[in-house]
Design a protein around this ligand. Sequence first.
Ligand code: ATP
Length: 521
Amino acid sequence: MAAQDDVFKKLVSHCKEYGFVFPASEIYDGPGAVYDYGPYGAQLRNHIKEYWWKAMVQMHENIVGIDAAIFMHPTTWKASGHVDAFNDPLIDNKDSKKRYRADVLIEDYISKLEEKINKEAEKGRKKFGEAFDEAKFRKTHPQASKWNTEAIQVNDRLQAAMREKDMAALKQIIEDCAIADPESGSRNWTEVRQFNLMFSTQLGNIAGEEGKLYLRPETAQGIFVNFLNVQKTTRQKLPFGIAQIGKAFRNEIVARQFIFRMREFEQMEMQFFVKPGEEMKWYHYWKAMRLSWHQAIGTPAEKLRFHDHENLAHYANAAVDIQFDFPFGFKEIEGIHSRTDFDLSQHQKYSGKKMQYFDPEANESYVPYVVETSIGLDRMFLAVMSQAFQEDLVPDADGKETSRLVLRLHPALAPVKCAVLPLVKNDERLTQKAEDIFNQLKFSFNCQYDEKDAIGRRYRRQDAIGTPYCVTIDHETLENDTVTIRDRDSLKQDRVPVHEVAAIISSRIDINQVLRLLDRP
Ligand code: ATP
């Protein structure tokens, strides 16, 4: 675990040092859990969005995209259930004045018990090697079996309290387990209470509750309220989907793990409207489709897994997360939910407007069912960065092995596609030629011109931001109009005619080759 923590810390500082992610308003010490994306981060985000949009909208003739407003009529959130039920259990420590999520304090307590068991198990494993039987050990080892039973019992109580929204029961668990404030060690707690995660603000022209507006906590509702507008204007027939990429806001009580849990983040969501009764077919279709989307861009299968929801929301009849193996373990990156007709029916009830679809084949009207796919752009960004970030050994100019930090980003996602480098900067013929080449290539993709420092250092700089190709202009270029293209991963340098460079690189960075992997009947 310590090694993984270390990798994660290195990744976070790499993101800052190389212009991917900065803490927001850093000079004022930031509002916390809000981040700004730097020049390379912004490019990488755009490329992830492009990949998602093309795979969902462009590749499906029955999916269309919209861009709804962040502010919605406040009744939207009453209808969707967010005003009443989008809560986390909050507890304050009276001495330290720090705020915590009661369920997270209890989860951390359970994790500590698990850690203690694992430590003991490790000793056993060392002693008995292959013959070590962990299940038996958990039952028979005097200390471990006590911790194991306690972990199971506390978890059962936690699940029940969360299911019943029983705040007093959560407080009782914290007291029974003598859980202390992780920062101050104090056990002087307030009662546990529900905390709504929506940010609210006020309309300019109406005072009081009437003018209260929320920053949307998910983009999906902008799709639901526009369901008929979109269906009618695009003449779509069921099944069809509406996709959207946009900001969402949640006033997370505990926001940790860098851009994994933020207060302002971006979602890429698609609601697929289907005939009631057909939702499970489409649920399985989208489960498979979304998993392939992750794999096609190079995420290894063993880094992804499905995790079925234990407690289904009352309106869902199936729900699964796609989890990614982040440096801090397997965690949700995307959710696929079969939401029945809950949202559209609720909007129909609260607005008094019909949210029905007329099915010309069945000659009847009904409220469609919905299967949604919802992925956090920032979590996808973190997943992409964490698997790309590597340290390896490469030969330096004298052939000696030296270590380098490299981002092995898929070329289609890399922020900069190509660096144009004159071999030396003090030969004007080389720098002039390099500038000419840069001025040609800039029409095709994002390039960078760099002449400062020795060529090896310039390669290292490009490796660190994930640039897949470096075009080097040397003396031979002046003789026969050829350059070398260096491949970031294989380090191979191929000599090619200048006039072919744009086409060669364009074909390698083309997102189409990834999309083709998804194109199956
Ligand atoms: P979690 O259980 O981790 O809080 P969630 O189940 O509440 O997530 P959903 O409401 O299903 O998340 O939102 C869909 C997606 O939006 C998630 O899979 C995740 O990628 C992203 N997401 C949700 N909350 C955040 C957040 N605070 N910061 C960044 N991304 C988020």
